[in-house]
Design a protein. Sequence first.
Lengths: 111, 642
Amino acid sequence: MIVMIAAALAAAQTPAAAPAGNAQNGKKLFAQYGCFQCHGYEAQGGLGTGPRLAPKPLPWAALSRYVRQPAGQMPPYTAKVVSDKDLADIYAFLSAQPTPPPAKSIPLLNN
Amino acid sequence: MAKSKKLSVGRRNFLKGAAGGAAALVATSGPGPIKAQQAQAPRNGSAPILAKEPDPGPISSVEVLTADRPGSDFMVDVIKALGFEYVIANPGSSFRGLHESLVNYGGNKNPEFITCCHEESSVAMAHGYAKVEGKPTCVLAHGTVGLQHASMGIYNAYCDRAPVFMIIGNTLDANTRRPGVEWAHSVQDAAVMVRDFTKWDDTPASLQHFAESAVRAYKIATTPPTMPVLLVADGDLQETPMPASERPRIPKITLAGPPQGDSGGVAEAARLLVAAENPVLIADRCARTPAGMKLFTELAETLQAAVVNQNGRMNFPSRHPLDQSERAREVIRNADVILGLEVWDFWGTVNNFRDQLHRTSQPITKAGAKMISVSATDLNTRSNYQDFQRFPDLDLSMAADSEATLPALIEACKRLITADRKRAFEERGKKLAEAHLQAEERVRAEASYAWDSSPISTARMAAEIWAKVKDKDWSLVGGRGWAMRLFNFDKHYQHVGGSGGAGEGYGAPSSVGAALANKKYGRLSVSIQNDGDLMYAPGVLWTAAHHKVPLLSVMHNNRAYHQEVMHLQRMANRHQRGITTAEIGTTLKDPFIDYATLARGMGVHGEGPITDPKDLGPALARALDVVSRGEPALVDVVTQPR
């Protein structure tokens, strides 16, 4: 899937900047529209369901294209059901997710 | 389960005037033994009630009310000869004779009667037990309605290739059936309902027949592919006394050796594997026993081949440098030879299937890759239920048990390895070890995301559990997920695979059954328990409490039938409507189920719901304290969806 997304990115004419969005509303929409089901509430990814989306999400052009026209298993979220404005808010939420501490600094992950 | 509430009419005619609780004085006469009986005091302490003086009519009308040698006593002799540790059952009138013989004549020991609240739980317990012990235990069920309840459990065991030995009751003779419920619980062919997913069944017509069929059924159940078997123990056969002249015998119990791959196939497989530049060994239900795990590890190390462990059984140490399960797709894509050992879905392993409006698929493997399968399923493929999966394009197929084939395959490989190949293998092994270490680091990094979130991440939950169990003799008897990625698995009993048929409701009872098997070895049994799964038949928690089965159940409580949430979401998205309604009919909320209270109501230590990850470690410690005293405990953890 990463290969497909990279191809989508390469196919984009110019990397468009992400539109301004409301991260707080985006968090609500991420749950309401069911994105959390496969990607987790924090967009950390789900085992066997969906990859991690945040922090540092894919560039806006690649992500928005993929959401509308997924090349893999993900169901499509067309503009009819998720408007561009809502998707921008979701993207703002993803961009605002904090980077976790390094795994080496977490004792429970070094057993 | 409906039970007859009518007074038993009995199977023979009463003398007119005989009072309940008292037996008539009878004279001994006629062809068969008729015991003399005494008048007895009724239970309420009043004066004994004697039967009226019997009508001195023909002796053949005299009622005999007791028996010393019911047929079911001999059935217990047979059950004991087969070495069952337990009989697991929800009680049923159709096997009342056998039940009484087990607990009285049999002394309720070897086997011990384990009481369940649902027949599906009985079978799933036996399923989990069999995977730890490597042999079946016995399940009893009421014919008809009991078997109907049990049927999904039997299907799971069938798909998972696990042996379960079932005995169900029935009353074939219409002349001896009690009116009412016993007719609703009788059937001409009791086993037909499950015949498509049992390996063998029989309805013995005599006690000698029962003995021979029981031994045959045990042999069939335990010969790979191991699967459930079923005997019908007719009520009359159980309850009719054996005349002194009847002395049925139990045949010698000789089990069959497992089928090995043919010598030609083994030689060709060895040739392909040794010549390969990028061989991949895929193990699913390969290691039936601890010996299987040792042998598979030896094969992998001999070839220095990449291993993909699909975890249908505990096949391979998870931190072994050759384990490439975290990068399975990559190694399969680059493979020139793939060996699948008891792989349930070979086609799905080597093809990518896309579930969109138009379903498409394409191979993952590169052109020219050779594919070899060793599978006992090829020896027993049934038609109706489609669990045999899509037909793969194989270059070599051996219809055989993988574990039994491994010794010959290892030797065949060793004979072909030259000094040059050995050097190439060593180089390959080093690269695989490096790739394995990098994958382990990636897993740890992945686990750190959402580390402190609420609902609690499943990675965090697994890591907290691991910290508490890693220095004990532990066994993961239920659940997989992040535990499979973070725990250090290196012993065969440390996990037991999944349900087989994906019939939900398997998890809780199979965990209790596996924990029951682990109990005598002093192992710490841990289960990561899905919430939806537990709700099918939560009464198994009572069974664990009643029989003092030490088991730590940690709820993976995502408050939904989450798989179905995603399916519904897919449909809504596809139809571009209602994308916010996937929770209707799929979620468990309003109210949230309080699993800790549910557990306590069944006699199980219960804590939770826990929503703050900082509370998890202390709660687990308290629960483990209970389990260390030999009792079950449950910690309800509210988690992320996956």
